[in-house]
Every structure is written in C-alpha cells, then in structure tokens.
Design a protein around this ligand. Sequence first.
Ligand SMILES: *Cc1c(COP(=O)(O)O)cnc(C)c1O
Length: 234
Amino acid sequence: MSGHDPRTAELEARLRAVRARVARACAAAGRPEGEVTLVVVTKTWPAADVARLAGLGVRDVGENRDQEAAAKAADCRGLGLRWHFVGRLQGNKARSVAGYCDVVHSLDRLRLVAPLDRGALAAGRTLDCLLQVSLDGDPARGGAPADGIPALADAVAGRQGLRLAGLMAVAPQGADPAAAFARLAGLSCDLVARHPGATALSAGMSADLEAAVAAGATHLRVGTAVMGSRPPLE
Ligand SMILES: *Cc1c(COP(=O)(O)O)cnc(C)c1O
C-alpha cells in the first residue's frame, strides 16, 4: 500500500508479522485460522493508532482502563470495531465499561456481575463475559481462584444482559506457558460441560501466543508485538 504515514507503515509491518506467527501456530496445531481472533491491545496508544489499525483490517481492540477506553471508543465510533476490556475491572467502573465494550475478559468476582448486567441492559446490548482465572493464586494480578469459577459462571449465566462466553488467563510470570495453558484448557472443559456455549478461551500475549494457540486459545491479546514498546504512562 502506498501513501501511508510512517506510523501506519510500522503498524502494518508488525501486524503482518504477528498474523504470520498466528498462521504458523494454527498450522502447527492443525487448527483453522478462523478459530482464532486477534485482539490488538491498544492501551496507552492514541485513538489515531486505533483508527490506523482499523484501516489495516483490525476488527478487535483491547483496553485495560475505563477512562482511556471510553474516550477512544467514542473517538473511533463508526469504525466497526469490537472493544474488549482486558484489564483489572474496578467495581465502580463496571457499569461504564458495559456501555461501550462488546467483550469483558476480566470478570473475576461476583460483585462485578450486577453492575455489568445493569450497564449492558441500559445500553441495550448483550455483553460477552469471559471469567478470568488466576493460574498462580496471586490476587494482585487478578483472576478468580479456579474453585470459584463454577459459582461465577452460574451468576453470569443467570443475567439477561450478559452472555457467558468462556475463560481468560494470563500465564504466570516465569512459569512454562504451555503447562499453564494446558491447565486452563482443562478448566475450560469443565466449564463447557456445565455451560455448553462458553467455549471461548482468551490466552496468549506477545511472548506466548504460540503456546496459547497450541492449547486451544480462541482469543489472543497482543499488545507490544503489534504496537511497539509502550510509551511511559503519564
Ligand atoms: C497489556 C495486556 C496484554 C498485551 O500484552 P503484550 O505483552 O504487550 O502483548 C494482554 N493481556 C492483558 C490482560 C494486558 O493487560
């Protein structure tokens, strides 16, 4: 493509490389590429970058802070994007997030369920919810303990504004991602046995997307590998 500004050309090259990694990982796992959704995590980057990504064919973008995400979603209205909330969700932000997001990946406690549901109903939308599981038991990094997932799943499934979509996890730091994602895949099987529609599996980031695809991930949350190193937060 010609006439691109330098930043668009940079994003295009990185996006092409990431898509090639995903394609190779799918081929190696014997999975069709259509099963895997690439969510480009645009946190800390401006709305202009989100618009550039939309122009490059990206349909799914991820954010981790309500204020920043709400502003960008408003700026990028009309670009046909699906907004994914991937960060720690504060109780007092849940209703707001449900107003502009299509998918929440980080539902990890019961008290988020009612405000998410109210926000979705007020916005006239159905919000896809992924339950975040903690694979290392470190509460600071978010996620419900694995034994808390069944109750959380039942609570989400009982809400009119929410759709229980599946599970999400971040591989523990310093651990073998393949082992972590294999455990997550087992928890996903348990969930699907009780909730047959909850087949989504959000796992894999810039450093470990191949291991996630091998373990059955349906959603990859990739930031740095597409956007570049994050600028420092103000
Ligand atoms: C930032 C973030 C990502 C993307 O991480 P990269 O390593 O930059 O690809 C994925 N998931 C969550 C929850 C994040 O906060």
